[in-house]
Design a binder for this molecule. Structure first.
Ligand code: ZN
Length: 271
């Protein structure tokens, strides 16, 4: 489905014109393949003709975010980096006796990579297995380049009722992950923004957006922990699968937030 979207927008590029709803900005897609045994992961970057926000989508079975990001970028510019590996949540590679699966949002440190491989695989990972997965994480970071952007914006989609902002208050596994949680009872509880900067939390709370401030005590292999550890401001905009208009609205809120606050001054990562 995502490939189809790509083809449609590249076709739109044949008719360049000022951007509007009828004449959207166009983009060029560039991708490279990362080869696991028996599995290729495509790292695809769609760069619009004008600069704007950059988005990162790690889970290939979550398409509402990709669609919302394209809707945002075709009006105002920007870019999208996404992983494509067969419309599944986990990446599975290898042969029968050396088959492994992992969650690509848990590959951003060694301990987390080991843990996610153990969780989803029958076989026990060896050092080489972990290195293979970690190399993909480095490729993703190189492509998205948060140190030049000064931030991460990731997009995720969840399923009705299985995970929500309330999970951060009630799920014992997530309870210690959040320092603060703001819930607007009028919003769908599956739609939320998770941030690592207290100033983002205050800003979004003041605008009645379901928001989670990640705790510095959160320690796993997820990208949000990588970001917090490396002092790179992180925003995850997560909505229920299919909530396209809400995803777009929350992206626009974050765009305005970055302009109002000046996200650049918050970046304290490597120069
Ligand atoms: Zn996801």
């Amino acid at each position: 489905m995502l490939r189809l979207i790509t083809a449609v927008f590249i076709a739109a590029g044949l008719f360049p014109a000022a951007h509007s709803k009828n004449n959207p900005l166009t983009y060029q897609a560039a991708s490279f393949s990362y080869y696991f045994p028996q599995k290729n992961v495509e790292v695809v970057k769609s760069a619009y003709e004008e600069p704007g926000l950059s988005f990162l989508v790690l889970h290939d079975d979550e398409n509402t975010g990709v669609e919302a990001a394209h809707d945002f970028c075709k009006a105002g510019g920007g870019s999208i980096v996404e992983l494509q590996y067969g419309e599944e949540r986990n990446i599975t590679f290898g042969y029968r006796k050396t088959k492994f699966s992992f969650d690509p949002n848990q590959m951003f440190n060694n301990a987390g990579t080991y843990k996610t491989l153990r969780k989803y695989s029958v076989n026990r990972p060896v050092a080489e297995t972990i290195s293979l997965v970690r190399a993909l994480a480095f490729e993703v970071l190189n492509t998205y380049n948060p140190d030049s952007l000064g931030y991460f914006i990731t997009l995720h989609n969840n399923t009705e009722g299985r995970f929500s902002i309330a999970s951060y208050q009630h799920d014992p596994l997530l309870k210690g992950v959040a320092d603060s949680v703001y819930i607007n009872q009028e919003m769908d509880e599956d739609d939320l923004i998770l941030v690592t900067e207290p100033v983002f939390f205050s800003y979004l709370k003041a605008r009645s957006i379901n928001t989670v401030l990640q705790s510095e005590n959160a320690k796993d292999g997820s990208l949000s922990v990588y970001a917090q550890t490396n002092r790179i401001p992180y925003v995850n905009i997560e909505v229920q699968d299919g909530h396209l208009q809400e995803h777009l609205r929350l992206i626009q809120v974050v765009d305005t937030m970055f302009k109002d606050i000046g996200h650049r001054q918050l970046y304290a990562g490597r120069p």
